[in-house]
Design a protein around this ligand. Structure first.
Ligand code: COA
Length: 250
């Protein structure tokens, strides 16, 4: 079992260009409503997961809803074996540890592999930029007793800063449309949340000068957050339509 397989178990996206139709699905969601308990969970530490964390990470990941229920176990096995294929450093498995050494949260992020593959017709430059500039927030999960105290926010901020420091420009993600509270949650974290099934559009710069579209199934909502101030929306108009596309990423 490779790191890649662990990821594709819960994350599936297809890429199409503007001229064709396609589907993307990525199923991740939560099993229970967010709770706001009055416990004190101050000063968490954030660190990269190590093999000894695998069992606890499986427990944490199991608190979320997955398209493939085996995903937490598969991911746990990859962490236990310290598998970081194919690109060490691209994927982040982060844990939040309280002052007693308990792991209270986990975050998974990595390159949007299928998007990268789907950029083939736009050339290796666009593919390389996608791999080095776009990170997909695959999952953030907080132990039930530690929710509502900003731990989720801190983990996302920590990961965003880490990727920003490494030159990444955009954080993407998606969640089930049937979990409406996650819209406000992610908006609080600085994400623009698209409507159910709405495609995420990225401009491809000259000499290609095109728009690449990442569609979602109607059950999914995609989201994006700039990691650099130069990334933003621009309007693209052709004979048929006017589109708002994310610019300065590729
Ligand atoms: C989603 C989850 C990670 C949130 O973790 P958390 O530590 O409780 O969240 P935070 O305390 O950091 O909240 C961050 C912000 O979102 C807001 N927020 C949290 N829950 C919210 C909710 N249900 N509705 C609206 N906003 C919410 C908080 O008010 C906070 O904003 P603020 O800093 O401006 O006050 C946690 O509930 C969880 O693990 N859920 C199960 C797994 C899951 O669904 N993960 C996401 C899958 S895509």
């Amino acid at each position: 079992m490779s790191d890649d397989q662990a990821k594709s178990a819960h994350c599936h996206r297809e890429v199409i260009d503007d001229d064709s139709m396609g589907r993307a699905s990525r199923r991740k969601a939560q099993a229970r409503r967010v709770g706001h308990r009055a416990t004190n969970k101050s000063n968490p530490q954030f660190r990269v997961a190590v093999p000894g964390d695998a069992q606890r990470i499986v427990q944490l990941l199991a608190l979320a809803e997955w398209e493939d229920p085996a995903t937490p176990q598969v991911m746990g096995a990859a962490i236990a074996l310290d598998l970081h294929l194919p690109a060490p450093g691209h994927s982040v498995r982060m844990v939040a540890q309280d002052k007693h050494g308990n792991l209270e949260g986990a975050l998974l992020a990595g390159p949007p592999d299928e998007w990268i593959q789907g950029l083939t017709r736009f050339g290796s430059s666009a593919q390389g930029h996608m791999a080095q500039r776009v990170v997909d927030l695959e999952m953030v999960v907080v132990a039930e007793g530690s929710r509502g105290h900003g731990l989720g926010r801190q983990m996302v901020e920590h990961a965003a800063q880490d990727y920003r420091n490494r030159g990444y420009r955009l954080m993407s993600g998606s969640f089930y449309a049937h979990l409406p509270h996650l819209e406000r949650y992610y908006q609080h974290l600085g994400f623009t949340v698209l409507g159910p099934g709405q495609p995420l559009l990225l401009s491809v710069p000259p000499p290609v000068s095109d728009v690449v579209s990442y569609p979602a199934e109607p059950t999914m909502r995609q989201m994006w957050r700039p990691l650099k101030s130069t990334v933003g929306l621009k309007t693209v108009t052709d004979a048929h339509q006017t589109l708002q596309v994310i610019d300065n990423v590729l």
